[in-house]
Design a protein around this ligand. Structure first.
Ligand code: FAD
Length: 494
C-alpha cells in the first residue's frame, strides 16, 4: 500500500447517511481501509426519509443488494412517481412519473407532437402515452429488465438503516456507541485528528465523514464551514410526521397534497402509511399544522406526531479539509421530490471515486464540491418550480410563493418551455426532460408553439400516431399485475 494512502475512515453518525456510507465503504474498500462508525443511542435519527427515486438502483447494484430481500427487510413498496394534488389549482392533480416519452423524433421530443394534437383536440392527457404514468393511475406494477427500470421505492427508514448496518458489519465495519464530545484538530493545518467520546475514548482517523444530521458536529460545530440559506426561495422550514395503519391498497406512487401553508405527504409501505405535513412557520403554527395533518389522515395513528425544524440550504463546502459532510449534515432541500437519499448516494459514490491520499489534494476537493453543488442547484430549481408556477391565490403562503424572485437558471428554463416547448437539459442533471415536462405542464405552463417538424405530418397521420402509442401503452399496462399482489409474490420468491 502507498505510504500516504487513506487507511482509516471514521463515520460520525448512524442514520440513513451514516449506514449508507458505512455499507458502501465496508463492501467496496473494507479489505484495505479500516472503517469505524460512531453513533449515539441518546441522539435519535431524524426518522423520516422514506420515499426514493430510481437512481437508488445504482447504489444497490454497487453493493450487490438483492431487490426482493431489500424490500422484504424494509417493508418497501414500489414507487413509479408522485401525484400532486391541488398544487396548480385546487381540485386539479397531475402525476410526475419516472417514465419517459420516447416517441419523438431526432429533432423534437414527443411533447411537440402531443401539443399539436392537443391544439386540435385529438390528444388526451400526456400521461396516457407513458406506461409508468398510466400504471400509477391504475395501481399496476411489474419489474422491468435492468436497462428499463424506472421504478423507485417507499421504504421504512429505520429498517433500511438496520439492513445497511447488517451489510456494513458483515464487511468488517466497526460500530462504536457513544456521544462525540470533542473534536481534536491538528494545530498546524486544522485537519481533524480524532473524535473524543463522552466516556473519554479517542477515535483517530485519516478521513472523517460527518453524518451527524442537522447538527453537523464536525463540518459546522468544529470546522465552521458556513451554510448558504435558501429559505428566501423555499420558505418551508418545518414538518410534522406521523405514521398510520394502512387502509386499502398501497398505491405505487407518493402523494403530495398542497394545503394552505405547505403540503402533505402520504408514503404507503407494505404495512403502514407514512404521513407528514411540510409547512412554513410564518403562515401556520406547529399546533395548527399538527391539527391540520391529523384532520387529513385516515386510519389509526401508530405514533405521536413529531415536529421537525429545518433550514433549507447547503453547506458552503461539503468537503472541507479532511471532513466530508453527507446527508443532513451537508444541507437539506425539502422532500418534495425525494432527493435527499439520492444526494447521499451521489456524495458517497463521488467520494469513493475521488478517494484522496492523506494529503487531501485541493484540486480533488474542489472538483467534488463543484460537481455536488451543480447537482444540488439543479434540484433546488426543480423544487422551486412547483411552488412558483401556481395559480393559487387563496392563501398568503401561495401568494408569497408566486412572487418569489426565482433563480435566473429556472426563469430561463420556464420561459423557453413556455415559448417553444423545448426543455433545456444540461449534462449530468438528475431530472431529465420527461420530469421537467410533466411538472411544467402540471403546474400550468402550456407552451405557445411547437417544433415545425411536427407539421410535416398530415392530421390523419398524427391521429394514427397518437392513437397507436396510446393503445400500446394501455395494452401493456392493463396486462400488469396489481401492485400489492406483485409485491406479495415478489418478496416471497426464493
Ligand atoms: P440523522 O438521521 O439525523 O442521523 C444523525 C446521526 O448522527 C444519528 O445516528 C445520531 O445518533 C448521530 N449523532 C448526532 N450527533 C452525534 C454526536 N454528538 N455523537 C454521536 N452521534 C451523533 N429524504 C428522502 O430521500 N426522501 C424522503 O421522502 C425524505 N423525507 C424527509 C422528510 C423530512 C421532514 C425530513 C426532515 C427529511 C426527509 N428526507 C427525505 C431526508 C432524509 O430523512 C435524510 O436525508 C436521511 O434520513 C439522512 O439523515 P442523516 O443520516 O443525515 O441524519
Amino acid at each position: 500500500m502507498q505510504q500516504d494512502a487513506i487507511k482509516n475512515v471514521v463515520i460520525a453518525g448512524g442514520g440513513t447517511a451514516g449506514w449508507m456510507t458505512a455499507a458502501a465503504f465496508g463492501k467496496l474498500f473494507g479489505k484495505n481501509i479500516k472503517v469505524t462508525l460512531v453513533e449515539s443511542d441518546a441522539i435519535p435519527t431524524v426518522g423520516v426519509g422514506e420515499a426514493t427515486i430510481p437512481t437508488l438502483h445504482l447504489f444497490h447494484d454497487l453493493l450487490k443488494i438483492n431487490e426482493a430481500d431489500f424490500m422484504a427487510a424494509t417493508n418497501a413498496t414500489f414507487k413509479l412517481g408522485i401525484k400532486f394534488d391541488d398544487w396548480y389549482k385546487k381540485q386539479q392533480s397531475y402525476i410526475h412519473s419516472f417514465g419517459h416519452f420516447n416517441h419523438g423524433c431526432w429533432a423534437a421530443g414527443f411533447q411537440h407532437f402531443w401539443l399539436r394534437g392537443k391544439n386540435v383536440n385529438i390528444a388526451s392527457e400526456i400521461g396516457d402515452y407513458c406506461p409508468e404514468h398510466l400504471a400509477c393511475r391504475l395501481g399496476k406494477f411489474a419489474t422491468a429488465p435492468k436497462q428499463e427500470r424506472n421504478h423507485a421505492f417507499h421504504l421504512d427508514a429505520g429498517l433500511y438503516a438496520k439492513f445497511l448496518r447488517n451489510i456494513a458489519q458483515q464487511c468488517g465495519v466497526k460500530r462504536i456507541e457513544g456521544k462525540i464530545n470533542t473534536v481534536n484538530l491538528d494545530e498546524d493545518n486544522g485537519f481533524i485528528q480524532s473524535l473524543i467520546l463522552d466516556n473519554g475514548q479517542h477515535i483517530v482517523g485519516d478521513l472523517f465523514i460527518d453524518c451527524t444530521g442537522f447538527r453537523g458536529v464536525l463540518i459546522e460545530q468544529t470546522l465552521h464551514t458556513g451554510y448558504e440559506d435558501w429559505s428566501h426561495w423555499l420558505p418551508c422550514d418545518s414538518a410534522v410526521a406521523v405514521q398510520t395503519e394502512l387502509l386499502g391498497n398501497s398505491v405505487p406512487y407518493t402523494r403530495s397534497i398542497a394545503h394552505d401553508a405547505g403540503w402533505q405527504w402520504q408514503i404507503p409501505l407494505q404495512n403502514r402509511m407514512g404521513n407528514g405535513l411540510v409547512f412554513c412557520s410564518k403562515y401556520i403554527s406547529d399546533e395548527d399544522a399538527k391539527t391540520q395533518l391529523l384532520a387529513n389522515i385516515q386510519g389509526k395513528t401508530l405514533n405521536t406526531p413529531r415536529v421537525i425544524k429545518f433550514k433549507t440550504g447547503v453547506r458552503r463546502k461539503l468537503w472541507n479539509k479532511n471532513c466530508v459532510a453527507i446527508g443532513l449534515a451537508g444541507g437539506f432541500i425539502e422532500p418534495l421530490e425525494s432527493t435527499s437519499i439520492h444526494l447521499i448516494q451521489q456524495s458517497i459514490i463521488r467520494l469513493m471515486q475521488s478517494l484522496p491520499t492523506k494529503r487531501m489534494d485541493p484540486a480533488i476537493i474542489d472538483r467534488f464540491n463543484t460537481s455536488m453543488r451543480g447537482e444540488i442547484d439543479n434540484i433546488r430549481d426543480f423544487i422551486i418550480l412547483h411552488y412558483h408556477a401556481t395559480a393559487r391565490k387563496d392563501s398568503a403562503f401561495w401568494r408569497y410563493c408566486q412572487n418569489i424572485p426565482i433563480p435566473e437558471t429556472l426563469r430561463a428554463r420556464m420561459e423557453q418551455f413556455a415559448q417553444s416547448a423545448h426543455v433545456y437539459q444540461g449534462s449530468g442533471e438528475l431530472f431529465g426532460e420527461a420530469s421537467w415536462l410533466q411538472v411544467m405542464l402540471g403546474q400550468g405552463i402550456m407552451p405557445n408553439s411547437y417544433h415545425p417538424i411536427v407539421d410535416l405530418m398530415s392530421e390523419q397521420e398524427l391521429i394514427e400516431f397518437l392513437a397507436t402509442i396510446k393503445s400500446q401503452t394501455s395494452r401493456r399496462v392493463s396486462s400488469l399485475p396489481d401492485h400489492l399482489d406483485f409485491i406479495r409474490h415478489y418478496c416471497k420468491s426464493p
